[in-house]
Ligand binder design. Structure first.
Ligand code: LLP
Length: 419
């Protein structure tokens, strides 16, 4: 459900641009994003917090294209990163280090050293060993590392198991019942400055209750910490707000989400930090693809398209639904049920199943809601160059990532002289 898509005379437009024109100019498959939608989502999120002290750190993993990071940096965004690669991207895009949060369970020594050197705002710590490592490195660098502990509040986010992170059995965070003891240890570490508390319970949540449940548990913990003389500055609620992928999905009211969080906080005034990814970019993007072949079989009809699971992994990995709509509406062709599959040699290579479409070979299709975890999860599997990314800005379009060339695919490979 990408809202900026409309039909005019049976041709699909993304904002003011006919998608046939984009295909002609840049070829398919390609990702296309709307600057306007990203800006609107950003404003919606930040306005919902009004003048309550907050910092919004866009989760870079959702879509890490430099142009998008730059756009968000200009809007005042902070960034949630999970690797040195993401750190360098944010800096290259003009993001300020003092608004960067470093999340993730496996931060390496090099990553920690670099993040301390550039002066990031905070590390979200996920284990006792990581706390110890960050303390040691900070002391070696003669500084204190600003940290939050990511607690695992043991709430069920009721989302796909692969993107659910807040349950005891998940690898993420510090179990909430042992967090107090770790805060007490951290308090005495000379290389550690305790700034806050963090949680991230999962992704694509369309229900607010798990967030408020998590915050209630955090509230109780914060009370205990205060009793022990530990006064924190911020609460990081992570990301996770879902977007409508399906016409039946009910969009979350961001105002309600914020109001309920503030209500749960009662009168405690902590700076609130958020790490939204999908909410900002998910419905700002589509993947444009072409039908190569129609292949009717006894069992079903396949439409073989030029995009595949290496370009957009979500349907194969999570059996997720993304709407697929035609760029040219045919009034003279009967609608049939199709499985939309890519050219990759895997049965799991599908982008959509059982879709009602009126199709001819050569038709273009828009795979909707592809702005988040689309390009950023793409790969070169089957030696397929990664596709181009295009940004629509008003009446203009810009290439924000060129299509990879075949030569780039093996440019870093070497044949040893002994072979
Ligand atoms: N913060 C942390 C610590 C995270 O792990 C994530 C996402 C986010 C923030 C952003 O979550 P969001 O607001 O985008 O839901 N590839 C999956 C989603 C994986 C999410 C991983 N962590 C998908 O395509 O659905």
């Amino acid at each position: 459900m990408t809202p900026a898509l409309t039909y005019q005379d049976h041709r699909l437009f993304f904002e003011n641009i006919a998608l046939t024109d984009i295909a002609e100019k840049y070829a398919t498959p390609c990702y296309i994003y709307s600057r306007k939608h990203i800006e609107q989502q950003w404003q919606t999120f930040s306005h919902a917090l009004q003048d309550y002290p907050h910092l919004i750190c866009y989760a870079v993993k959702a879509n890490s294209n430099l142009a998008i990071l730059h756009l968000l940096a200009q809007l005042g965004a902070g960034f949630d990163i999970v690797s040195e690669g993401e750190l360098e991207r944010v800096l290259a895009a003009g993001g300020s280090p003092d608004k960067i949060i470093f999340s993730g369970v496996g931060k390496t020594k090099n990553e920690i050293q670099r993040a301390l050197k550039v002066g990031i705002y905070c590390f979200n710590i996920e284990s006792e060993s990581e706390l110890q490592r960050i303390n040691d490195i900070a002391q070696q660098q003669n500084c204190q590392a600003p940290v939050s502990l990511r607690v695992n509040p043991d709430v069920d986010a009721k989302t796909h198991p692969y993107i659910s992170t807040g349950l005891k059995e998940n690898k993420f965070g510090i179990p909430i019942d042992t967090a107090e003891a770790l805060y007490l240890r951290a308090k005495d570490m000379p290389g550690i400055q305790l700034l806050g508390i963090d949680c991230h319970i999962g992704s694509q949540l369309l229900d607010i209750t798990p967030f408020t449940d998590a915050l209630k548990r955090i509230n109780t913990l914060l009370q205990h910490l205060q009793d022990q003389g530990i006064h924190l500055h911020h609460i990081d609620m992570g990301g996770g707000l879902g977007i409508p992928y399906h016409s039946m999905d009910q969009a979350v009211s961001i105002d309600q989400y914020m109001q309920q969080l503030l209500h749960t906080l009662e009168n405690n005034r902590y700076t609130l930090i958020f790490e939204p990814g999908r909410f900002i970019v998910g419905n700002a993007g589509i993947l444009l693809t072409k039908v190569e072949y129609l292949k009717p079989t006894d069992e079903k009809n396949f439409a073989i398209i030029d995009a595949a699971m290496n370009d957009l992994l979500r349907p194969a990995l999570y059996q997720s639904f993304q709407d697929i709509i035609p760029v040219q509406q045919h009034l003279d062709i009967a609608t049939q049920e199709y499985d939309l599959v890519g050219p990759i040699c895997e049965t799991g290579d599908f982008l959509g199943k059982q879709r009602q479409l009126a199709l001819k070979e050569g038709d273009l299709l828009a795979i909707c809601s592809a702005g988040a975890y689309g390009f950023s999860m793409s790969s070169n599997y089957n030696s397929r160059p990664r596709v181009a990314e295009i940004l629509i800005d008003g009446d203009s379009t810009y290439v924000i990532r060129q299509r990879e060339t075949i030569q780039e695919l093996y440019a870093n490979e070497k044949i040893p002289h002994t072979l």
